[in-house]
Design a protein around this ligand. Structure first.
Ligand SMILES: Nc1ncnc2c1ncn2[C@@H]1O[C@H](COP(=O)(O)OP(=O)(O)OP(=O)(O)O)[C@@H](O)[C@H]1O
Ligand SMILES: Nc1ncnc2c1ncn2[C@@H]1O[C@H](COP(=O)(O)OP(=O)(O)OP(=O)(O)O)[C@@H](O)[C@H]1O
Ligand SMILES: [Mg+2]
Ligand SMILES: [Mg+2]
Lengths: 222, 222
C-alpha cells in the first residue's frame, strides 16, 4: 500500500544541513496498522509528510496503492490525497476562521456526490465519536488543546480514507480519551481495513498496533 | 505562594456557556512541586492561565507571593509576571519571526542589569539543557514538534523565575527527552526552591511531583 524506496530528505538552513531522512526503505501493506517511534527530531513527522504527499523527498520514490505518486503533477496529487488519505497533524492545523463543524466537513467539500446535509450528518457522527458534539459551533481558539486534537482526528476520519497518517494523535489527551481514540483507529483498521501509520511517543499505544518501526537520526533501526 | 479563592471562570460563545472553573479554592506553598491532572477540557489550562495572570477570573481572587494580584493594573501585572513567572504553554507560542536563540532570550530583554552578552550566554545554557544547541539559528517553523516544545521550556527557565507554570511540558517528547525535562524541573525545585505547577496527562510524570491535584468539569476532586 505504501512503498518508500531510498527516500532521502535534506533540509538546509543558512548554517546547518540536516539529513532528516537517510536512505529509508519501507513497505507498509494494505490493511496494516503500524506505529512509528523514535526520539524527538529523528524524522518521524518528515516521514509522515512524505508518505502523505505533503512534502517531496530530496531523492527516492514513493508508491501509494501501487501508483508511482512521486511523478504526479500537483493537481493529480491533490486529488489522490483528498480521496485516499486522512491526516492527523502533530500541530492540528485547524482553520481558525471556521467553526469546529466546518473544519470537520472540509475533506468532503471537494467530493462529488456528497450533499450538504450528508456532509453535515457525517461531520456530526465523527464529532460524536471523539466526544465533541457539544463543541460544534465553537471556533478552534475557544477549545482546549486536547479538544483541538480531537477535531483534527474527526476531520481525518470523516472521508473514510483508505490510509490514515496520524502524527502523535494522543499527545494532548488524558488516558481515558486516549484509549477512545486508539480504539477508533483500531476499529477502522479491523472493520474497514484502513491502513494506518501512527507516530507516537507512547509505548503503551504503540503496543496496540501490529508492528512498531523505530527510527533514530533519520534511519530505520529495527 | 499561590492562593486561589473562590475562583470562577465562565466562557460564553453565541450558543454555549461553559463553566470552565467552578468555585476553585487552592493553595500552593512556596517551593512546592505539584501536578494537575484531569480529562481533556476540564479546565487545567484555564487554571494555569489564571494563576499566571494571563487571564482574569470571572469571580474570585488570587494572591501570588502574598500580593493581591487580582487588583493590579496592567503595567504592574506585566512587570510582576516578567519577574516572577516562567510559563510553558500547551501550544508553545513561539515567535515565528525570531530565531530559537532570540525566542529564548525574550524574557531577559526587559530585565534591568542584564547585558546582551549575559542574555546570550544564559540562552545558550538553557538550550544546552534541553539538547537544542545545534538549533540556535533555526526558526520555529524549521523545528520538529518536540523541538518547539523544548524551546518553550528553555524560554520559561532562562529568567530563573520563582514560579514555573508548565502546561503539559512533555506531551510531544519521547520518554528519554521527557525524563530529561522532568529532571530539569525537579532540579530547579530542589536546588533553587522554584515553585512548580505542572499540568500533565502522564501519570508517570505526575508521580514524580510532591502532590497531585485532580480536576473534573472545572472543579477540584481530591
Ligand atoms: N475562549 C474560550 N471560549 C469558550 N470556551 C472556552 C474557551 N477556552 C476554553 N474553553 C472551554 O473551557 C473548557 C476548559 O478548557 P481548558 O483549555 O482549560 O481545558 P484543559 O483541561 O486544559 O483541556 P486539555 O487537557 O484538552 O488541554 C473546555 O471545555 C473549552 O472548550
Ligand atoms: N523546514 C525545516 N528546515 C530545517 N530543518 C528542519 C525543517 N523541518 C524539520 N527540520 C529538522 O529535521 C529533523 C526532523 O524533524 P521531524 O519534524 O521529522 O522530527 P520528529 O521525529 O517528528 O520529532 P518530534 O518527535 O519532536 O515531533 C529535526 O531535527 C528538525 O529540526
Ligand atoms: Mg514530529
Ligand atoms: Mg489544556
Amino acid at each position: 500500500m505504501i512503498q518508500l524506496s531510498n527516500i532521502e530528505k535534506v533540509y538546509r538552513t543558512k548554517t546547518i544541513e540536516t539529513i532528516a531522512l537517510n536512505k529509508v526503505n519501507l513497505g507498509i501493506n494494505k490493511g496494516e496498522f503500524v506505529a512509528i517511534m523514535g526520539p524527538s527530531g529523528c524524522g518521524k513527522s518528515t516521514l509522515l509528510n512524505i508518505m502523505g504527499l505533503l512534502d517531496s523527498p530530496t531523492a527516492g520514490t514513493i508508491s501509494l496503492d501501487g501508483q508511482a505518486v512521486t511523478s504526479f503533477g500537483d493537481k493529480k496529487l491533490a486529488n489522490f490525497r483528498n480521496k485516499k488519505l486522512g491526516f492527523i497533524f502533530q500541530s492540528y492545523h485547524l482553520i481558525n476562521d471556521l467553526s469546529v463543524l466546518d473544519n470537520v466537513e472540509l475533506p468532503l467539500l471537494y467530493r462529488d456526490g456528497v450533499s450538504g446535509s450528508e456532509r453535515r450528518k457525517r461531520a456530526m457522527e465523527a464529532l460524536e465519536k471523539v466526544g465533541l458534539s457539544a463543541r460544534m459551533k465553537h471556533y478552534p481558539n475557544q477549545l482546549s488543546g486536547g479538544q483541538r486534537q480531537r477535531v483534527a482526528i474527526a476531520r481525518a476520519i470523516i472521508g473514510d480514507p483508505e490510509i490514515i497518517l496520524a502524527d502523535e494523535p494522543t499527545g494532548n489527551l488524558d488516558s481515558v480519551m486516549g484509549e477512545e481514540v486508539i480504539n477508533i483507529l483500531l476499529n477502522l483498521n479491523k472493520t474497514d481495513g484502513t491502513t494506518i501509520v501512527m507516530v507516537t511517543h507512547d509505548e503503551h499505544m504503540a503496543n496496540k498496533t501490529q508492528r512498531i518501526i523505530r527510527f533514530f537520526d533519520g534511519q530505520q533501526v529495527n
